[in-house]
Design a protein around this ligand. Sequence first.
Ligand code: FAD
Ligand code: SF4
Length: 472
Amino acid sequence: MTSNISIKERLAIQRVHMPERDAHVRNKEFSEVNKGLSLEDAIREAQRCLMCKTRPCVAGCPVSVSIPEFIARLAEGDLVGAAQILRGDNALPAICGRVCPQETQCEEKCVCGIKGESVAIGYLERFVADWAMEHDDQLEAEVRPTLTGKKVAVVGSGPAGLTAAGELARAGHSVIIFEALHDTGGVLRYGIPEFRLPNDIIDSEVNLLKTVGVEIEFNVVVGKTLTLPQLQEEYDAIFIANGAGLPTLLKIPGENLKGVYAANEYLTRVNLMGAGRSEHAATPIIKGRNVAVIGGGNTAMDCVRTAKRLGAERAMIVYRRTEAEMPARAEEIKHAKEEGVEFLLLTAPVAILSDDKGWVATLSCQRMELGEPDESGRRRPVPIEGAFFDLPTEVVINAIGTRANPLLTASAPDLKLNKWGNIDTDENGLTSLEGVFAGGDIVRGGATVILAMGDGKKAAAAINRYLSGKKG
Ligand code: FAD
Ligand code: SF4
């Protein structure tokens, strides 16, 4: 069907728009904002793809999804074919279709974007993955491989750990994930709110991994409940993917006041434990009429949009540079603005002040201007002398970043770390310890879902090679 469409006709098709829920309704609840494409729109969008022989989009994808191939099947209406290709390349396609920054990866490389708009690869990935979830009975069931007799332990059930575990189980090894929390997904579940990534999507993709044999044991903190040397004794190989969830401090007065949260704590309370969303929540949250979120990344946007949904009248981003330097995805910034979030740009917090009972009352701020670019290439914020102002607020959320948690690494003194406390690995994820591999945020510092998955995939291949050379 698609081969009948000329290049000219393909180029004439307009890029599809993602239908969204109304901003004034959605900013009061947690249902997913993006509604997904209709079959008709997905096929029309797929027909925009030029099926480039050089496949530049694939080079832009850290897990090398066969993009033109799955899009070609979709364009022909062959959804089963599209789903089999996608699932073969990507263990978590419905998640990636929702949260990957495609605009700086595959879509940035798409040739259609040179003179016009790139193919909406992310929307199509989401469409095919969602279709596959609803039509599982039409897809070939995965056959569990013959067991190799080798045992692999994975630490952490975030995207890096899940991906590695899936690949290793498919290779026939017995794989167990040790997870510190009581549920799967890592940041996918406790960090990213349901209005961007619903929990049932995570459950569904994790369940697929269980069908290939991945086991998961919850409430095990490696470094406390079990140590790394204990795992080394029992398992033939280990993959460490415990993320980097320790908050970076603001280092301003008042950081310990009541009403100040670290972003991960705030999001975990709401997303994982239902605080503010259910009467039976396992933990409380201070909602606040005025909430100031410090930072400009995805985490900051997730916090501020959550605060709005919990009823804040003023949900504010306080960011020391301008919107152009914000690391958050463009879609998140757009959605936040539509939902009524205020952006206080070129503004840096200098102190948090309390009322006479020790609760947050004011965020004292200083206005900034942009100076010369720093090491990251972004223009450096420079304080404007004497330009201070006070922001009345009851809640302050620190979303400036996270770093490696030393709990696990402290239990293995021979594990080589870099100066920031992240684990040092070679290009295949091998650490300084034999048979111990690592990947995702614990190696890179805060990065992205797909980079963590890419690390999981690469390390799984290296573990396979390592185990095939190992007697036993
Ligand atoms: P994590 O996802 O952090 O998972 C680590 C897992 O290990 C967790 O389940 C943790 O409980 C467990 N663990 C930790 N310590 C131990 C231990 N000692 N023993 C056992 N288990 C342990 N990226 C994107 O691509 N798109 C986005 O839109 C996006 N939004 C984000 C929003 C927020 C709020 C945050 C915080 C991050 C966001 N990111 C986003 C970044 C992305 O989520 C991370 O880069 C990615 O999740 C890292 O994956 P990981 O598997 O390395 O670690
Ligand atoms: Fe299709 Fe764009 Fe990839 Fe070319 S670069 S194959 S047009 S998605």
